[in-house]
Structures are given as structure tokens and as C-alpha cells.
Design a protein around this ligand. Structure first.
Ligand code: AMP
Ligand code: GLY
Length: 425
């Protein structure tokens, strides 16, 4: 079977890596991929977010399975366009992808499916006064989110009411995130450890299977300070979720999939529940409709089931194999460029030490944002640059290996968190 992975980040590199180890997969292509992916897979320069361009490539390559890996692709209809060619796609159509494409709709679905989530309200451009009044009624932790996609950066969380008011004005006026913020969601601030629960879905609401849960580190700074990012590191397994996966699937994922089915939505691919373990129990923070980045980088190395069989069965609407995970742990540390997550980032620096790190015991370096350098090495080419990933018998061993590998990689202004998986909850 020949597979096309669509996208260009560390998540896509990890998917290519896992699919190349799958028994049923002969060849893996990527579109557009990145310089790290290009070392092992054929990369094709297309606009991953354009369903017409992706389906033209699918026809040209004659691949048997397509994995659209990022939110924007799915919201734009890449999975629908691939399925229109009678080729299985691992991802929801635009109907299911709306769960991530509109936070307001996601909240509506959560309410209809009876899922615990933060108290909230939705406001549009003409409701600024009402939005500011609702904001003031929140009790001390203010959360403002763009309704639409904002590259994982449209969520504002702060204890400062004045900053929150400024954020509401900036979102509604379009000055912060364009149209994505002209409708926004204000919600109650929750506290507690977070968990990324990713389920593989095959269209049957009762046939979904959980991946091993992971924990992501969203803020740029140590001890969860500073701006929200796409994710600065992750680990799996997560002690707070031990033995609770089935219960969480029954509480969040299954009722959501059942509700989507009543709307006629055949949901295939990943349903990713971002949960928070609040003092009054777990609550849904958000739904994503694709693998988490960098969560999947720590989940796939622990998966003992054939990743190709899992993905192909889900995309084709067949019964999923049992998903079995090793007893080992996995940690990934994201290395980013100076200035991330505030673009434009500094790019074009020569990276030193990737091959040395990659050769270290139990270490794999996934490329998130690199370009080939004329000298044969790699240049920084994005906000998040590398996901330095290691496995080990325990989280502590995996963490030590990952940080030893990070220490052997350098470029001017390289930034990373020092506290990934330092205190697993
Ligand atoms: P989201 O993109 O909705 O997952 O939000 C990104 C991050 O913002 C989450 O992982 C949380 O750390 C934080 N966040 C989102 N919603 C809330 C909330 N209601 N209360 C506290 N933190 C939140
Ligand atoms: N790591 C969070 C995300 O993929 O949205």
C-alpha cells in the first residue's frame, strides 16, 4: 500500500516514520513535507490546504490512502476531495472538522451531547458591549478564544481583566486574527492538570479506540508562563489518566460521536479531546479533529499495533484492531526559534548536531520546521524547528535522554523549555 501524508510539521514527520515501519505500507509520500521528512520519503511541493491541489497529486501518484494531518486541510475539505476520488482518507470531512473550525459550534455540540465543559458565551462584531459585560461577570481567570482557526494561538488566558478587555476588542475588530476572531467565545477559566485524549475513529460511534493519553505543554515559558504556543513538549503515559481511559472515552468521545452521527456525520480519523482535570471532575477544553502536535510524537513510538493497519482501517470504515501500547515512556522536547510564538520568527540559521542527537540511544529527532542547507545540513525554517524525542523504561529515563540529545543540538537563539515532563501529574 502506498500512502500520502499531507502536511509539513513534526507531527507529519512522526506519521511518516511510523508508517514506514508498518507492515502493510510499501511506500510513503509527503506533501509538502519538510527537509527532515525528505531524507526518507519522497516529498511533493503542493499547497497542503488546497483540496484541488492535493487531489490532483493523489491522482498523479495513485496512492491507496491519504492522511491529511492538519486542521486547516480538514476544515478546507481535503478529506472530502480525496474521498471523492474513491481513495480512503484518514480524517473527517468539512462537516466533522467544524468541531475544530468553530469553537462556538464545538461548544454547541458539547452541550447537546451532555459533555461537561466551561460556562461560556459567543459574541460577534456587533456585540462588543455585551461581550465586555459577560467578561466582567467571570470570576478572576479570563479566557477569550477566537471562534475560527488561529494556528493554535487564538486562546487568551489571563487574570488581568484589562488585558482581557483589550483582547476582546482586538479579536472583534479583526486586528488580532482577522476574520477568525470577529466571532469569539468567552469562557469560565478552569484550573487543573490537562490531558490530551486522542481517539481513532472509523465512522462507527461505538467503534472508536483510544490512543495512550499524552500531556502537552502549551505555554512558551517554564512553569507554564508566557504565551500559548502550538505545544512545546509532551510525554506519555500520563499518571492521572492511568486506568481511566475507558471512563473518559465513555464520558466525552462516545457521546460526541453519537451526537455527530445523529447529524449524519460519518466521523473518521482522530477525535482529540483536550481535557482539564478540574477539582469538580474532568471537563472538555476543546476538540481537535487531527493528531496533536507534539502529542503524536510521544504516542506513536509507544504503539505496538501496526500504525498502518490502524490508519487504513479507520479511513476505510472497517473495525479497528486493538490498540496496544508498550510499558515504556516517551518524552519530546520542542526546540523553537528565537521569538516563537510571535511571528515573524528568526529563520535561516544552520543547525548543528542533529545527526549526533539522532544516533543517541532511544532518541529520534522529528523535524518540525527545517530546510535543507546548501552544505548538506539543515537550516531553521519555522517557529517550532525540531521535536527531540526519546523513549525509556520510565518518564524520568526518557526525559533524561531527550534533554541529553537537546544539549547536543544548537543554533543561534535556539529556545526550549527546561521543565518538560519534570513533574508528571
Ligand atoms: P485550546 O486551544 O482551546 O485547547 O486552548 C489552549 C490552551 O489554553 C489549553 O490547553 C489551556 O491550557 C488553555 N485554556 C483553554 N481554555 C481554558 C479555560 N477555560 N480555562 C483555563 N485554561 C484554558
Ligand atoms: N498540541 C496541541 C495541538 O496539537 O493542538
Amino acid at each position: 500500500m502506498n500512502v500520502l501524508v499531507v502536511g509539513s510539521g513534526g507531527r507529519e514527520h512522526a506519521l511518516v516514520w511510523a508508517l514506514q515501519r508498518a507492515s502493510i505500507v510499501d511506500r510513503v509520500h509527503a506533501a509538502p513535507g519538510n527537509a527532515g521528512i525528505a531524507r526518507s520519503a519522497e516529498c511533493h511541493p503542493v499547497d497542503a490546504n488546497d483540496p484541488v491541489a492535493v487531489s490532483a497529486l493523489v491522482r498523479e501518484l495513485g496512492v491507496d490512502l491519504v492522511v491529511p494531518a492538519a486542521d486547516r486541510q480538514l476544515v478546507n475539505g481535503v478529506a472530502d476531495a480525496v474521498r471523492a476520488l474513491a481513495v480512503p482518507a484518514f480524517g473527517p470531512g468539512t462537516d466533522g472538522a467544524r468541531l475544530e473550525g468553530s469553537k462556538a459550534w464545538m461548544k454547541h455540540v458539547a452541550q447537546r451531547a451532555g459533555i461537561p465543559t466551561a460556562r461560556h458565551a459567543t459574541f460577534s462584531v456587533d456585540d462588543e458591549e455585551a461581550a465586555l459585560a459577560f467578561l466582567a461577570s467571570m470570576s478572576g481567570l479570563y479566557v477569550v478564544k477566537t471562534d475560527g482557526l488561529a494556528e493554535g494561538k487564538g486562546v487568551f488566558v489571563s487574570e488581568d481583566l484589562d488585558d482581557a478587555r483589550d483582547t476582546v476588542r482586538a479579536y472583534l475588530s479583526g486586528s488580532a486574527f482577522g476574520d477568525a476572531g470577529r466571532t469569539l467565545v468567552i469562557e469560565e477559566g478552569l484550573t487543573g492538570p490537562e490531558l490530551s485524549l486522542l481517539a481513532i475513529c472509523n465512522g462507527d460511534p461505538d467503534g472508536a479506540r483510544p490512543l495512550a493519553p499524552a500531556q502537552d505543554f502549551k505555554r512558551i515559558g517554564d512553569s507554564d508562563t508566557g504565551l500559548n504556543t502550538g505545544g512545546m513538549g509532551a510525554y506519555s503515559p500520563v499518571p492521572i489518566a492511568a486506568g481511566r481511559t475507558d471512563e473518559l472515552m465513555a464520558q466525552f468521545v462516545t457521546p460526541t460521536l453519537r451526537h455527530l452521527a445523529t447529524l449524519g456525520i460519518d466521523y473518521r480519523g482522530v477525535l482529540y479531546a483536550g481535557l482539564m482535570f478540574t477539582p469538580v471532575g474532568p471537563k472538555l477544553i476543546e476538540y481537535n479533529v487531527r493528531f496533536g502536535d507534539p502529542e503524536v510524537q510521544v504516542v506513536l513510538p509507544r504503539l505496538r499495533t501496526d500504525a498502518g493497519e490502524m490508519i487504513a482501517a479507520a479511513a476505510s470504515g472497517e473495525a479497528l484492531p486493538d490498540l496496544v501500547f508498550g510499558d515504556d515512556a516517551c518524552v519530546t522536547v520542542v526546540m523553537a526559534t528565537e521569538g516563537y510564538p510571535v511571528s515573524p520568527y528568526r529563520t535561516g540559521d544552520e543547525i548543528v548536531g542533529i545527526d549526533r542527537a539522532d544516533a543517541m540511544e532511544a532518541v529520534t529527532v522529528f523535524h518540525a520546521g527545517t530546510a535543507a542547507s546548501p552544505g548538506g545540513g539543515f537550516l531553521t525554517a519555522g517557529g517550532r524547528v525540531l521535536d527531540v524525542t526519546a523513549t525509556g523504561a520510565t518518564i524520568a529515563v526518557a526525559r533524561e535522554r531527550a534533554y541529553a540529545a537537546v544539549a547536543s543540538i544548537s543554533w543561534p537563539g535556539a529556545a526550549y523549555r527546561r521543565d518538560i515532563a519534570s513533574d508528571p501529574s
